[in-house]
Design a protein around this ligand. Structure first.
Ligand SMILES: NC(=O)c1ccc[n+]([C@@H]2O[C@H](COP(=O)([O-])OP(=O)(O)OC[C@H]3O[C@@H](n4cnc5c(N)ncnc54)[C@H](O)[C@@H]3O)[C@@H](O)[C@H]2O)c1
Length: 425
């Protein structure tokens, strides 16, 4: 089949590359000309494992363009994968989605407009009205939300847990289901509103688990229990399961914070106070700040002290800095007068972290530091020469914000080690 994908970001590029891998002809359209030029030259503007290979392997079936007409030409399905960031009010900003709806040209065949961007429940119905107003009865609408995680997006797309297809018309759902032929996964076919809610509810469930285990970690700290042991002990219960039970300094990224806020606001706009989700968001905000409080208790005032942030991306495997906990940590540390150095193997923190010294290596970042905070669990940090790191630091103090390092090993090297929810010695 021939398809068009609007948006060459984290989701659009993976969607385009994976559909090409499945044998479809794909045109990817973006409004940023430099991005399209780079893609045409064979350069990949984001860090996502396996994406470069996939784009290279399927070159003949992939086109990149800034032109709407060129993208739509001959397409049976038009995917929307543009950003839906939060507005000041916390609602999703759908302006890029509306732009795509409004710039869709009239075609004289049936096409399916498929929504991959994460949107509030009810968006599909509103888009349907807009299409009808424009006299586009030949354009079907399908909600086909995306569940891939950055860092494993290619694998997630080709081996998903499920494919969700919400449609107003069964024939449109058939088209989108056929597009996924070759992927072995259960298909949930449903109404559009339910498909939209599945996406928001799935992310809400995941962030709830994260905030839950973070609160358990905080209680562990207060009572002398060890959260890693506790998580293992509860995760083996088949009714609970072990995923998303890793305590840390809170969730970030381009999806979890914005989607939980959007669902909270969606509920509020509908007259419902989603108390549980409110608490989940609040716990996450506090979790990021707790690390600073801990440092202050150990070091006294942080004014003039040097703190190294190790890892800046919101998680390993991506260069995405959107809503990364490192941004809050850096902001708080600078606000209390600390000197902040930082290192990340791929994320370009220099753009976002004004006032932070960006180091070329992790060892350079910890040079002369009074404390280091492991923010992102990059494997490079597990494998770091910690003896050398300790020798370079002014004070051997490490906060392991992801519980990735071995406390016994670090303490043997003379470090004062502190994890999240772990017994402090
Ligand atoms: N990032 C993820 O892992 C992920 C996972 C699941 C769902 N989502 C959702 O998918 C959507 C896209 O997320 P993303 O991370 O890929 O965003 P992104 O910001 O990386 O990419 C969006 C792209 O859309 C382009 N764009 C804007 N207006 C356009 C238009 N009119 N025509 C064509 N392109 C246009 C932008 O230039 C940008 O390149 C969001 O709604 C997000 O919530 C993201």
């Amino acid at each position: 089949m021939r398809i068009a994908v609007f948006g060459a970001g984290y989701v659009g590029l993976v969607t385009g590359a994976c559909f090409a891998e499945l044998g479809h002809d794909v045109a990817v359209r973006d409004v940023v000309a430099e991005k399209i030029d780079a893609l045409r030259r064979g350069e990949v503007p984001i860090h996502e494992e396996g994406l470069e290979d996939l784009l290279e392997r399927n070159r003949e079936r992939l086109r990149f363009t800034t032109g709407v007409d060129e993208a739509i030409e001959g397409a049976e399905v038009v995917y929307v994968a543009v950003g839906t960031p939060p507005t000041y009010s916390g609602d999703a900003d759908l302006s890029a989605v509306w732009t795509v709806v409004d710039e869709l040209p009239r075609v004289d065949r049936r096409i399916v407009f498929a929504m991959k961007s994460t949107v509030p429940v009810g968006t599909g119905r509103t888009v349907r009205h807009r299409l009808d107003e424009r006299g586009f009865e030949n354009v079907g609408y399908v909600s086909n939300p995306e569940f891939t995680a950055e860092g494993t997006a290619v694998r997630d797309f080709l081996h998903p847990d499920r494919i969700v297809i919400g449609a107003f018309d069964g024939a449109d759902a058939d088209v989108v289901e056929r597009l996924h032929a070759g992927i072995d996964a259960p298909v949930i076919r449903c109404d559009v509103a339910s498909a939209e809610m599945i996406k928001l509810a799935a992310n809400a469930a995941l962030v709830t688990r994260i905030s839950f285990i973070n609160e358990i970690a905080n209680v562990c700290e207060a009572t002398g229990a060890d959260v890693l042991t506790v998580a293992k002990g509860i995760g083996l219960d088949r009714r609970i399961g072990s995923s998303f039970l890793r305590a840390g300094i809170g969730f970030g990224g381009s999806c979890f914070p914005k989607d939980s806020l959007a669902l909270k606001q969606l509920a509020a706009n509908s007259g419902y106070n989603f108390q549980l989700l409110n608490a989940v968001i609040e716990v996450n905000e506090l979790q990021k700040r707790r690390v600073i409080g801990k440092r202050e208790r150990r070091l006294g005032t942080l004014r003039g002290k040097k703190v190294a942030l190790l890892g800046l991306a919101f998680k390993p495997g991506t260069d995405d800095m959107r809503e990364a906990p490192s941004l809050v940590l850096a902001g708080r540390l600078l606000a209390v007068g600390a000197h902040v150095s930082a290192w990340d193997p791929v994320a370009d923190g220099g753009v976002l972290l004004d006032g932070v010294e960006i180091a070329a290596t992790a060892l350079e970042a910890v040079d002369g530091a009074d404390a280091a905070v492991l923010v992102t669990e990059w494997p490079e940090l597990r494998d770091l020469d910690w003896a050398e790191a300790g020798a370079r630091m002014r004070k051997k103090l490490i906060v392991d914000g992801r519980n990735m390092l071995d406390p016994v090993e670090l303490r043997a090297l003379g470090f004062e080690y502190e994890g999240i929810g772990r017994a402090v010695e």
